[in-house]
Design a protein around this ligand. Structure first.
Ligand SMILES: Cc1cc2nc3c(=O)[nH]c(=O)nc-3n(C[C@H](O)[C@H](O)[C@H](O)COP(=O)(O)OP(=O)(O)OC[C@H]3O[C@@H](n4cnc5c(N)ncnc54)[C@H](O)[C@@H]3O)c2cc1C
Ligand code: SF4
Length: 540
């Protein structure tokens, strides 16, 4: 006889962990099915040799970084108990009010209505501007970024980051000891001192303290309706030892929260609607309004004689508002993502397109940063870059903006594919590049374009995919309603980046987390939470 949960939650990232935690605190029986595994700090890779085990490639490795290559875009995501928080750069920003005023958003959602949920996420994840740990100062790249942005006349600030900088302590929940950030710059490859306030240090253990059960290595592939019982969720329980082996299992939930991330949730629902025909009345809008959040990385400023040490300090510390009359745009100091290059090297042998990407990066690094030894291996160059004198003077940027959100997610041969073109977002990208050039000029540095974005590649690396199961006012214009319930399927919810109907122009996890908080609150109370609401969920 199946155990019947009040809620089966699919995915343990921002949307899934937060919704599951609040539902469990609200007295519901909850289980979370997560395809990846749990990670401890001493398991994160630290050398190029170890790096392969950090990749998600379930036939060979159950790593925590998933990389999916598509024709015009490559998408990088977290995978495991904690989802994107395991790899992310810890930045928490509310989008500008104007984002919610667009017609693509449901009528009853605004920055104002979202504020109580944003406050909860900020509080739980302890997202605050960087206070340097004892004995440290603000990283040089932060100072360099401030000088560049202020020189260009842009408003700039330290951004809220979920990074702990105090004395050793027990994490707010669970049994981990957190130490202060060591400025290692390794935020992408897992924090080995638990200074990153990842979801497995707060919401996830709090959910477990309230009875939630977590099933790692459970990859969901189908959902069907159960007569009188809610929904049956079908999963493959991946064998911990034997890669490529699994056992078929299923779970029954009176209600189900899908939070497998933008690509994962959309792919799952497309399969249920179009392949298995188990949820065949899902809106025809499924897969539409895909956005890459106007993202661009790898462009930056090379200083003539200023050391910025981009690999030193949390990956992102500050931002500048570079909005124009046409678009909301922000630029952040990215830190030099050395681990990303390790990662690329780790997957090169199996993917020729990525080899090309790496070649572009190599040429870019050789030409732009001035390393002359063209015959050396990529890893040798990497060592040269990281220890050489020139990259210490290179300040990379992350740019985000209001792209056109006009991509399409669809199934091709049973797997998700992306139709995306930069055409609708051309002006936004032009303005973003102009803003980056202005920062470089103001800093008396030289601007270097992203090698990926140069013609003819015109490719982007995406860490903030949004949309596909968007929320809205009716089944004609959206897939889910304002609190995430799938049109025509009562008790079936989506709560992750896929419900966001437009670019946010800021890093999205705070908004995804707030949407998770809101979905849970509406399920439990069927109304909007207010600031100082008597039903506000507790931190402990
Ligand atoms: C390198 C990097 C840096 C980033 N930095 C920032 C930042 O500083 N600030 C910010 O706001 N955002 C950042 N992001 C983006 C942020 O991580 C994502 O926007 C966020 O994690 C998305 O939340 P989500 O709940 O939609 O999905 P996720 O957090 O991706 O969680 C989805 C989970 O579902 C699981 N899953 C998928 N399919 C299935 C399935 N079929 N069965 C079971 N489980 C499944 C996945 O393994 C994953 O754990 C960054 C991303 C990357 C890659
Ligand atoms: S920079 Fe700080 S938060 Fe990031 S991985 Fe290193 S110690 Fe952890």
């Amino acid at each position: 006889m199946d155990e019947i949960y009040d809620f089966v939650v699919i995915g343990a990232g921002f949307g899934g962990s937060i919704t599951a935690c609040r539902l469990a605190q609200g007295g519901k029986s909850v289980c979370i099915l997560e395809q990846g595994r749990r990670w401890k700090n001493d398991e994160f890779p630290r050398t190029t040799g170890q790096f392969r085990k950090g990749l998600w490639d379930p036939k060979e490795t159950y790593g925590f970084i998933q990389y999916r290559a598509f024709k015009r875009l490559d998408v990088i995501q977290g995978c495991g108990v904690g989802g994107g928080s395991l790899v992310y750069f810890n930045v928490h920003l509310r989008p500008p009010d104007e984002i919610f005023n667009q017609s693509s958003w449901p009528e009853n959602i605004s920055l104002n209505t979202m504020e109580p949920y944003y406050s909860l996420v900020k509080d739980m994840l302890d997202a605050v501007p960087l206070t340097p740990p004892k004995g440290y100062e603000l990283p040089p790249k932060t100072e360099a970024f401030f000088d560049a942005a202020e020189g260009a006349g842009k408003e700039t600030k330290l951004v809220d980051i979920a990074v702990y900088t105090g004395p050793d302590r027990n994490a707010p929940h669970g049994d981990r000891t957190q130490s202060a950030c060591t400025y290692s710059g390794n935020c992408l490859i897992g924090c080995n001192v638990y200074a990153k306030n990842t979801l497995d240090l707060n919401y996830i253990p709090l959910a477990e303290e309230n009875g939630a059960q977590i099933y790692p290595l459970h990859m969901v592939y189908k959902i069907s309706q159960e007569p009188d019982e809610g929904y049956r969720v079908y999963a493959r329980r991946l064998d911990e030892e034997q890669h490529g082996q699994w056992e078929e299992v299923s779970f029954v939930g009176k209600q189900v929260i899908i939070a497998a991330g933008t690509l994962g949730s959309t792919e799952l629902l497309l399969r249920c609607r179009d392949e298995y025909n188990t949820l065949s009345n899902i809106s025809q809008k499924l897969g539409e309004c895909f956005s890459i959040n106007g993202e661009m990385i790898f462009a930056g400023t090379l200083f003539e004689d200023r050391e910025v040490e981009p690999g030193y300090g949390p990956s992102i510390t500050s931002y500048a508002d570079c909005s124009t009359a046409n678009n909301k745009i922000i630029i952040e100091d990215l830190g030099f993502p050395t681990p990303l290059l390790w990662y690329l090297e780790g997957i090169l042998p199996s993917d020729t397109r990525l080899s090309r990407l790496a070649r572009f990066l190599k040429i870019y690094l050789l030409q732009s940063i001035g390393i002359r030894n063209r015959s050396s291996r990529f890893s040798e160059e990497l060592d040269a870059i990281t220890s050489g004198e020139r990259t210490t003077r290179f300040l990379p940027y992350l740019g985000l903006g209001t792209d056109a959100s006009d991509g399409i997610l669809y199934l091709r041969d049973g797997s998700i594919d992306i139709r995306w073109s930069h055409r609708g977002s051309r002006l936004m990208y032009k303005e973003l590049v102009q803003a980056m050039k202005a920062l470089s000029k103001a800093a008396n540095g030289k601007y270097f374009a992203s090698p990926l974005w140069r013609w003819p590649l015109r490719k982007l690396l995406v860490a903030h995919p949004l949309g596909g199961c968007i929320m809205g006012n009716s089944s004609q214009d959206s897939v889910v309603n304002h609190n995430g319930e799938v049109w025509n399927y009562p008790g079936l919810y989506v709560a992750d980046g896929s419900v966001i109907p437009s670019a946010l122009s800021v890093n999205p996890s705070m908004t995804i987390g707030a949407i998770g908080e809101r979905t849970a609150f509406w399920i439990l109370h069927n109304r909007e939470m207010q600031l100082d609401d008597s039903e506000t969920p507790q931190k402990n």
